[in-house]
Design a protein around this ligand. Structure first.
Ligand code: AMP
Length: 344
C-alpha cells in the first residue's frame, strides 16, 4: 500500500498533505474544472481528471488506482456525488474505514437505532404532528444542507409551514419529514478517531458550525424578524466552522459517549468503527449534551486543524490533522501487519 487516494473536494487537501507527511504517494480524483486548484499543491503527486465524480467506478480509473496501489479515503463528497450503492458495490479498491456504516448514517431509522444502541441522550422524535407539544425542528429527508427545515410549536404551525413550503415548491407533496424536539443551546461537533491499531479512542478536535441563514437571524432585532416571515425560509446550510474548546469538566462524558458509539458499531455494524467519525448535538441549559446526528467518516470541520488542534496536541508531539491521523494509522497498520483490519 503506497498511495493515498481521495476525491478532490471537502477535505482532500488536508488528507493528502497528511499522507505526504507520513511518506505516502498521493493521487487525487478531481473534476477537470478544479484540476488547476490541486496542481497548486506540491503534495499532490498524481491526477485522475473526470467530468463527474461518479466516473470513479469506471474500470479504467479503478485500474489506475489499483496500479498505484491505492487506499481510498472516503469523505462527504464521495457519499453525496457517487452514492452509497455504488460505493458499496462498484468501488473495487481498498477503502479506509467502514463501508457498512455509510447506510446507517444516511437512513433516518438506522441512524436512530444506532444512536439508541449507543445510549445517547437524543431529542424526542414525534411520530405524528398531532403530538407536537413543544418547539420542534422539522427536517426534510436527505435535505441538502438543511434547506427547507422549519420550526413548529404545535399542529397548527406545522401545517402552516408545510403548506408554505409546498406552495413555494420547496417541499414535494409526498415528501416525508422528521419531527424532532428542538434543543435550545450551543451546537457542538466532536471529531473522533478510533484507532484499531492502538485500540484507542482519540478526540482530535471540536468545532461549531456557522449555518446560513439561521445564524444570521440573531443579528436582527425581533421586530424585523417578525416582518420577514412571508417569503423567508430558514436554511441550515453550513458555510464554515469555527474552533471550540470545551469546559474540561465536560470532557469525560464526551469520551464516554464516543466509546459507547464505538461499542454499538461493533455490535451492529461489523467490522465496527474504523478511523474518523463525528458526533453532533447541542448542550442544553443544564449542560447536558443531546446528540441529534453522527457521521461515520471524516467531517469537513476537521479542516480547521490542518496543523493540529488543542486536543490532538495533547496526544502527539507533532502537528496532527485528522488527515495525517488517518495516514499514521495506515502506516502503522502496514508496519504491524494489521492493515487488513483497517480496510473494507
Ligand atoms: P442536520 O441536518 O440533522 O445535521 O441538522 C442541520 C442543523 O440543524 C444542525 O447543524 C443544527 O444547527 C440544527 N439542528 C438539527 N437538529 C436539531 C435539534 N434537534 N435541535 C436544535 N437544532 C438542531
Amino acid at each position: 500500500m503506497k498511495t493515498i487516494a481521495t476525491l478532490g473536494s471537502h477535505c482532500a487537501l488536508q488528507i493528502l498533505k497528511g499522507a505526504k507527511d507520513e511518506g505516502f504517494e498521493t493521487v487525487i480524483i478531481t473534476k477537470k474544472s478544479r484540476e488547476g486548484l490541486y496542481r497548486r499543491f506540491d503534495f499532490v503527486d498524481n491526477f485522475i481528471a473526470v467530468e463527474h465524480f461518479s466516473e470513479i467506478t469506471e474500470s479504467a480509473h479503478l485500474a489506475r488506482l489499483n496500479e498505484l496501489d491505492s487506499i481510498l479515503i472516503p469523505h462527504g463528497t464521495l457519499i453525496s456525488e457517487v452514492g452509497i450503492k455504488k460505493v458499496e458495490n462498484d468501488l473495487s479498491i481498498p477503502f479506509f474505514g467502514s463501508r457498512g456504516i455509510l447506510k446507517w448514517e444516511a437512513d433516518r431509522d438506522l441512524k436512530e437505532r444506532l444512536m439508541k444502541e449507543s445510549d445517547f441522550r437524543t431529542p424526542k422524535i414525534f411520530e405524528s404532528a398531532e403530538d407536537i407539544d413543544r418547539l420542534t425542528i422539522v427536517k426534510r429527508s436527505g435535505a441538502a444542507g438543511g434547506f427547507g427545515y422549519f420550526l413548529a410549536k404545535d399542529l397548527a404551525s406545522f401545517n402552516e409551514n408545510m403548506s408554505r413550503l409546498r406552495s413555494a415548491g420547496i417541499l414535494q407533496s409526498d415528501e416525508e419529514v422528521q419531527i424532532q424536539e428542538y434543543v435550545v443551546g450551543v451546537p457542538v461537533y466532536f471529531q473522533f478517531f478510533y484507532s484499531k491499531v492502538k485500540n484507542r479512542l482519540e478526540l482530535i478536535g471540536i468545532d461549531r458550525r456557522y449555518e446560513t441563514n439561521v445564524d444570521g437571524l440573531g443579528r436582527l432585532p425581533a421586530w424585523e424578524q417578525l416582518e420577514m416571515k412571508e417569503g423567508f425560509f430558514p436554511s441550515y446550510l453550513v458555510v464554515g466552522n469555527s474552533p471550540l474548546v470545551l469546559r474540561e469538566s465536560l470532557l469525560n462524558y464526551v469520551f464516554e459517549m464516543g466509546e459507547k458509539f464505538v461499542e454499538a458499531c461493533t455490535r451492529l455494524v461489523p467490522p465496527g468503527m474504523i478511523g474518523p467519525f463525528c458526533i453532533e448535538g447541542v448542550y442544553n441549559e443544564k449542560g447536558d449534551f443531546i446528540a441529534f446526528e453522527f457521521s461515520g467518516r471524516i467531517v469537513a470541520g476537521t479542516n480547521l486543524y490542518v496543523s493540529g488542534s488543542p486536543y490532538s496536541s495533547l496526544l502527539f508531539d507533532q502537528p496532527v490533522s485528522m488527515g495525517r491521523r488517518i495516514a499514521i494509522e495506515i502506516r502503522e497498520g502496514v508496519e504491524s501487519g494489521s492493515i487488513g483490519k483497517l480496510l473494507t
